[in-house]
Structure formats: structure tokens, C-alpha cells
Design a protein around this ligand. Structure first.
Ligand code: MG
Ligand code: MG
Length: 252
């Protein structure tokens, strides 16, 4: 009954390439983040690098999204649209969510980057969100279940007084950007689909400083925290293997 794809070794080889490209471009985007830079300029850099590397944008045109990069700042949780009017300011939390398609296969990854120096509370949120992703990855072991990933993320986040943003999940990934299964950032241990070698999952905790509730802006894309407190986001594309998780969007 499972419609989750098990990737072949050839497909996995291409997904490693796609993941490497995503990582390399995110490294460049991260270096470019600075006060005074617009999110439009970051998107233009992303687009240039995508084609230089022989890939194509994963997000541009996806359900009508206009850009290559999702650029969400501060209380924006995900799916912020790059804009010439949006200049980064010292102390901002910049979320770079980025994907490519390379020879038919997708890679997807996100990072939260401080703009200049951010406050202690903001830095603690970034660190906890990054670590919650590591907890989720560590639970991505063949024989475990989807709920074990969500539980690992949720328990880490909530123990620190943060909340998991409502309404968004990670996802399977491969020939499509979003495949089965959903990978929630909350869950019960031992629940949900069993993880098997060859599955590839995008695990992506979105963690809020205050309420878990999220609202959609009038652009129909940008999700913001209902209380306008900060949110952070990290994501990796992760292959389940017989020998533990392999992160495809990280430098090897
Ligand atoms: Mg993403
Ligand atoms: Mg994703």
C-alpha cells in the first residue's frame, strides 16, 4: 500500500549530485547574506549559480512560485518571496530555503543565517533548530518509523520552550520535489510508516520562539508566526541506508 519510492543505486547517485549542488549554492548564498543586500539579489545569485552548475530551479514555477529561492525573514516562517524592496538589516534572521533539479532529481535544503550579529535569544533559537534537525536525522534509521523522526524533533524543541510551526511538514523527495510520505516535525515514537533503505526524505523543522500558530500573508505564499515572534528553519535531504542516514545536502 506504500506509495513511497525506493530509489535505485543509479537514482541515488544522481540525488547525491543534486544534493551537492544545493549545498554548494547555499554556501555561496550564505556568504552573500549581509546588511543592505536585498532578497532579490540573493535570488538572482541563486539563479545564476543553478545554471552554471548545469541544474534547474526546483521552486521557480512550482505551483506558481515566482523565484528560485524562498527568502523568509524574522517572523516569516517559510515561503517568503524575494523582493527588490526587502533589504536585510543587521540582526535579522534570514532563512534560505533552496532546491534544484539535476538530471531529473531534486535536492532541497534550508538554513537560517544571522545577518551580522543577532541577539542572544535569536542565536539560541537558530542553534536549537539546527540541533533539532540533527535529532531528526539521527532517528532516520531503517526499521524506525516516520513518527520517530517527528518525536525526536518535537521533544528536543519543546524541552527548550519553543514550538514546532503548525501546518508544515517535511516530505519524500526524488523525481518530484514533494513525494510521499509527509515527514511531520511532531509525532509519537513507533508510529507511522516504517523507514526502509533507499527512501529519501527532506526533513525540515520550522521552530517558533512563541506560538506554534502561523498565518498566511496576502501574497498567498509567505507564512508568518501569528504572534510575530521569530522563527527558524533548517532542512536536509536525507537518504535512508542499511548503515544509517546519509545527508545528501551536506559536504561529505
Ligand atoms: Mg526546502
Ligand atoms: Mg522541503
Amino acid at each position: 500500500m506504500s506509495s513511497v519510492e525506493i530509489k535505485s543505486p543509479d537514482e541515488i547517485a544522481l540525488m547525491r549530485e543534486a544534493g551537492r549542488i544545493v549545498c554548494e549554492i547555499l554556501d555561496e548564498l550564505e556568504k552573500a547574506v549581509a546588511p543592505g543586500v536585498t532578497t532579490w539579489e540573493l535570488d538572482a545569485l541563486a539563479e545564476k549559480l543553478i545554471y552554471e552548475k548545469g541544474a534547474k530551479p526546483a521552486f521557480k514555477g512550482y505551483l506558481g512560485f515566482p523565484c528560485c529561492l524562498c527568502a523568509s525573514i524574522n517572523d516569516e516562517v517559510v515561503h517568503g518571496i524575494p523582493s527588490k524592496k526587502r533589504k536585510l538589516v543587521e540582526g535579522d534572521l534570514m532563512k534560505l530555503d533552496f532546491g534544484v533539479v539535476y538530471r531529473g532529481f531534486f535536492g532541497d535544503s534550508a538554513r537560517t543565517v544571522p545577518v551580522g550579529k543577532v541577539g542572544q535569544e535569536a542565536q539560541a533559537l537558530i542553534d536549537a533548530t539546527r540541533e533539532s534537525l540533527q535529532k531528526g536525522i539521527a532517528a532516520s534509521v531503517a526499521g524506525n518509523r516516520i513518527g520517530d523522526i517527528g518525536h525526536a524533533v518535537q521533544s528536543y524543541v519543546e524541552a527548550r520552550g519553543y514550538s514546532v510551526a503548525e501546518g508544515f511538514t517535511g516530505h519524500g523527495i526524488g523525481r518530484k520535489l514533494h513525494e510521499q510520505p509527509d515527514v511531520p516535525n511532531v509525532g509519537e515514537p513507533g508510529s507511522g510508516m516504517k523507514l526502509r533503505p533507499g527512501m529519501v526524505l527532506a526533513i525540515e523543522p520550522m521552530v517558533n520562539m512563541g506560538t506554534s500558530e502561523v498565518a498566511l500573508l496576502e501574497d498567498d505564499w509567505t507564512a508568518v508566526t501569528l504572534d510575530h515572534k521569530l522563527s527558524a528553519h533548517f532542512e536536509h535531504t536525507v537518504l535512508i541506508t542499511a548503515h544509517g542516514p546519509e545527508v545528501l545536502t551536506r559536504r561529505s
